[in-house]
Design a protein around this ligand. Structure first.
Ligand SMILES: Cc1cc2nc3c(=O)[nH]c(=O)nc-3n(C[C@H](O)[C@H](O)[C@H](O)COP(=O)(O)O)c2cc1C
Length: 157
């Protein structure tokens, strides 16, 4: 299938929006906007995140052996845009985060978050499929940021 047609069709798969992040060996946080995130297993609790092999974040997830998933709320579109485009050194500037269990950064104020220990890595074409065992997580009241057909939107019950 032609890549642009693939994109157009998959654009109809409405998703939430997350920041997948990890920590570099020098202690700097890195991360990227991701919607290729899904639950995998209940026991043990596993999630997956598909990360482009060429991204700046990719190699550091393997090095750290951990990643976080910070699920963005509807008022956090600016964070989604920042983590999708900004220079790696700029992304976390002024963004509050904390380390919970693994040492990977959880963004403050997000709708929900998961802290994951890397459980397996599978090849996925130009992406890697990182499977993480969830060791901690939480969620708050609020509404999610939605991504659909190349644009951001809101969830209306
Ligand atoms: C809504 C949205 C969802 C995205 N989902 C993913 C994804 O699941 N995996 C991925 O590798 N890149 C995804 N991207 C692209 C990355 O966010 C983008 O390439 C980012 O700049 C990579 O950052 P890095 O090179 O600092 O790691 C997405 C972008 C947007 C706007």
């Amino acid at each position: 299938m032609d890549p642009s047609e693939f994109r157009r069709v998959l654009g109809h798969w409405g998703t939430g929006v997350a920041v997948v992040a990890t920590i570099r060996p020098d202690g700097l946080p890195v991360g990227l906007t991701a919607n290729a995130v899904a639950s995998v297993s209940l026991e043990p609790p596993l999630v997956l995140a598909c990360v482009e092999r060429g991204s700046d974040t990719h190699d550091f997830i393997g090095l750290a052996g951990a990643f976080t998933v910070s699920v963005l709320a509807e008022e956090q579109e600016a964070l989604a845009r920042r983590f999708a485009t900004w220079d790696v050194a700029e992304k976390f500037r002024g963004v509050a985060y904390r380390e919970v269990v693994t040492g990977a950064p959880v963004l403050e104020g997000v709708l929900a978050w998961l802290d994951c220990r890397l459980w397996a890595v599978y090849p996925g074409g130009d992406h890697s499929i990182f499977v993480g065992e969830v060791v901690a997580g939480d969620a708050r009241e609020g509404a999610p940021l939605i991504y659909y057909r190349g644009g951001y939107g809101r969830y209306t019950p």
